[in-house]
Design a protein around this ligand. Sequence first.
Ligand SMILES: C[S@@+](CC[C@H](N)C(=O)[O-])C[C@H]1O[C@@H](n2cnc3c(N)ncnc32)[C@H](O)[C@@H]1O
Length: 332
Amino acid sequence: MGLGCGNPVRLAELREGETVVDLGSGGGIDVFLAAREVGASGRVIGVDMTPEMLTRARQNAERLGVENVEFRQGLIEALPLADSSVDVILSNCVINLAPDKGAVFREAFRILKPGGRLVVSDMVARGKLPRDIAENPELWASCIGGALPEQEYLESIRKAGFPSVDVLTREGLELGHVYSVTVRALKAERPTIKKAATEDLEPVLKLLAEASLPTDGVAEHFQNFLVAREGGRVVGAVGLELYGPSSLFRSLVVGPEYRGRALGRALTEGMLEHARRAGVRRLFLLTETAGEFFATFGFKRIRREEADPEVQQSVEFRTACCASAVTMRLDL
Ligand SMILES: C[S@@+](CC[C@H](N)C(=O)[O-])C[C@H]1O[C@@H](n2cnc3c(N)ncnc32)[C@H](O)[C@@H]1O
C-alpha cells in the first residue's frame, strides 16, 4: 500500500481532533495511520491526482472500515481545500515529483491554519543533479530526477512563508545521488496586539533590555502600553507616557525572531490610535536608529529643546537617551 520514503505520521505528533491533509496520498497508508491518531473527532483528507490511486485508496478505506477519512482528486500545486482550514499537512515521497515545488509549498501555507504544521518526508539531492539524471523521465518517476539539493528544498519552504523549518531526520546518506529527509515547518500564528496586562511587565522589560532600550519609567506608564502576543508569548511592545495633549511615544520593540514581519508597523499604528483616543494632539519621541521608520508615519525631526515642556519633564527625556538620539514630533 505504501511507496513512501519516511514516516511523517510518527514525527508529526498528531493530536485527537486535528484535521490533516496528505499530499499525494497514493494507496492511503499515511492517511490510515494518521486517522488512528486523530480519532473519531479528527479528519484526514488524502489528495491525489491519479484516479486509479484514489479508487484504490477508497477501496482500502472500506476494507479497513476507516470512517474519518476522505480522498479528493486534485493537484498538490492547486489544492482542493479552503484557506486556513487544516492543522497538519503530511506528504510522503511526492513533492520531489512536482516540477514547481514552490507552488506546492505556497499551497500548503495557504490551507494551513495559523499555528499549523507541515511534516513531509521526501527525497533530496546531495548537490545539483547531473543533467542526464535530472532530465531522465524514468529517474524522475522513481523519485530521483526531481530531487532538489537539500538547501534549495528548505529555502523553497521558507520562501512560501514558513518562518521556521527543521530537518528532523536524514536517511540513506550512504546511497548515491539522493537521500531522504523528513522536514517540519510551522506556519506562525499572527501576533495579536492588545493593551498590556500586569503580567506582561516582566517580559516587556526583558525585550527592552535585550534591545538595549531604556526601561526607566516603563512600570509607571504600563497602563498605556500595548503588547503583541503570539502563542501566549509577548513578542513586541510599544508605550506612551501620557501627559495630556503633549505626550511621549516610547519603547517600540519587537523580538529578534519576529522582525521583518511588519509587527513594528502594526504596533506603531495601534499606539497612534490609542494616543488619539486618549486626547493626545502632539506626540514626541526620541530615537537613535529608527528615524526613517517613524518618518513614514509623518513624524518630523525637531531640535530636542523644541519639544513641549510636559514632554521635557518625561522620564525618558530626563533619564534616557544620549545626545545621538534624534527628537521627532507628530501632530495627530
Ligand atoms: C511515490 S507515490 C507516494 C504515495 C504515498 N504518499 C505513499 O507514501 O505511499 C506518489 C503519489 O503522488 C501522486 N502525485 C504525484 N504528483 C502529484 C501532483 N502533482 N498532484 C497530486 N498527486 C500527485 C501520484 O499519483 C502517486 O499516487
